[in-house]
Design a binder for this molecule. Sequence first.
Ligand SMILES: [Zn+2]
Length: 129
Amino acid sequence: MSPSDQESLRHLKDLDIDNPGYCLLCNQAIEDPAHLILQCIHKTHFWRVALKITKVDIKLEDVWDTITFQSKATQDQLTLLGDIILVIWQHHWMCTINKIPWNTTHTIRRLRRVRWNKGIHFEDFHNAP
Ligand SMILES: [Zn+2]
């Protein structure tokens, strides 16, 4: 098993003293699902910027409830949230596997590319209602 495989499986071993499941990006908390997606300081910063520039009508404090089906969202909002989560997942594992720090600027660039590939161009992206 490669080291990166071991990293991805570290949550399965509760008593692994050498690797207790701390977030490798901030090293400040156990990396549970909410931390991985939203609560890590790096992810929170990314969410803040992404919600602002996409002008989606969802507050940061409502994101977790929305993505865990505890509050309603439109189809466009759900699609955007999916794109943001996709980018978080990709960037999280790229950083973890390559042992490089999180970079919100790169993450926003990746989100723009994902949206662009769906035909949401920069002008539309900025001017989205
Ligand atoms: Zn973290």
